[in-house]
Design a protein around this ligand. Structure first.
Ligand code: FE2
Length: 372
């Protein structure tokens, strides 16, 4: 029996428990790990490299609550990781998704037209075994399915626990709320279709260039979500404007589609952003006038206005509640990837009311770089 398309979606054929880890290819993993510890409050978890038998690369794993970052660098020339870094600079290579059955997830995706990155592989050590498999998404980014129900180790087989004398306090980052991809002009709907057909996601929101535009630049965005809402992937594409949009700038410097920002959730954005700022994390600023009319726009909020204004935290409201958010400046040499810190108080949207103020702030940064 062939099921109608809608029914297939309702079954959620690709159950995902959450984000398992994000792997970034970076030019100096050792220093990047230190940066994510000292500036963002992550802690050392595990290591793989020469000391664990790897010859061509090393990876440092840092964690904060449910967020795990794997920072990977090549150890010699001529590797595919090195080629990736040469082309894209530092950036997200892997968004790993935690599933109950990585073989099933892979087969389901492949049957529906995915491009294979890695066939299911079982890796074992004395703590059990993990099954991983992988498919490509936009650009060179991949989704790796991780099945870890038979594993009790520190991270993955092949990694050893790493301890450090330097264990800065966490800043309150909890989990990955959403992760945004920038794709080439005209490609957004292609990737929306990919997440619908191959991954069983549904589109929960869409913004056209009339909603996301300033005097100079524009972009379009659609938000894809898995069945339980734990995985949310907004996908942006540039729209024609008078000047080069932030998405165009990204695509130029990343030399292709890729991850634009990782939004991480906190329960107390004022505390989190204060700690991040004190450790040197730089944020985008909107003009002070944003706050003069904020409460007229969003109504009552629990937080005092003064710390929001001082830190540059933005607020937006939708039918279900409100959210607080702030964006870091880009975190590597190229003007490509950045982080968002977000606290949701009911709202399940993405801060549409802040887009204009935010994009104008981004344009001021582009202006300074001469890339507008
Ligand atoms: Fe976001």
């Amino acid at each position: 029996m062939t099921l109608p398309k809608l029914y297939i979606h309702a079954q959620d054929f690709m159950p995902i428990n959450g984000t398992d880890y994000l792997e970034l290819y970076v030019s100096n993993a050792k220093q990047a790990a230190h940066f994510y510890k000292s500036a963002f409050g992550f802690r050392t978890l595990a290591y793989a490299g020469l000391e664990t038998g790897l010859k061509d690369r090393e990876s440092y794993v840092v964690e904060q609550d449910k967020i795990r970052l794997v920072l990977t660098s090549p150890l010699r020339s001529g590797t595919d990781i090195g080629r990736h870094i040469d082309q894209h600079g530092d950036g997200v290579k892997v968004t790993a998704l935690w599933v109950d059955d990585a073989t099933y997830a892979y087969n389901a995706a492949m049957e529906r037209g995915a491009r294979s990155y890695m066939e299911p592989v079982t890796e074992s050590d004395e703590d059990g075994h993990v099954v991983r498999s992988g498919i490509y998404t936009y650009g060179e980014v991949v989704h790796i399915f991780v099945e870890r129900k038979d594993y009790n180790g520190i991270f993955l087989p092949g990694y050893k626990k790493m301890e450090s004398y330097y264990n800065p306090e966490p800043v309150g980052l909890k989990f990955v709320d959403h992760m945004v991809g920038n794709v080439e002009l005209g490609k957004m709907n292609e990737w929306v279709d990919f997440y619908e057909k191959v991954m069983g996601f549904t589109q929960i929101l869409s913004f056209d260039d009339k909603e996301i535009s300033t005097e100079y630049t524009a972009l379009m965005s659609k938000v894809m979500s898995n069945g339980n809402g734990r995985i949310k992937f907004p996908i942006n594409e540039p729209a024609p404007g008078k000047k080069k949009s932030q998405v165009d700038e990204y695509l130029e410097f990343y030399e292709g589609a890729g991850v634009q920002h990782i939004a991480v959730a906190t329960d107390n954005i004022i505390q989190t952003v204060t700690a991040l700022r004190d450790r040197g994390v730089e944020f985008l600023r909107v003009p002070g006038t944003y706050y003069d009319t904020l409460l007229d726009r969003v109504g009552h909020i629990d937080e005092d206005l003064a710390p929001l204004r001082e830190l540059g935290i933005l607020v937006d409201r939708d039918d279900e509640g409100y959210l607080l958010q702030i964006f870091t400046r880009t975190v590597q040499a190229r003007p490509t990837m950045f982080f968002e810190i977000i606290q949701r108080k009911g709202a399940q949207s993405f801060g549409k009311g802040n887009f204009k103020a935010l994009f104008e702030a981004l344009e001021r940064e582009q202006e300074l770089r001469g890339t507008l």
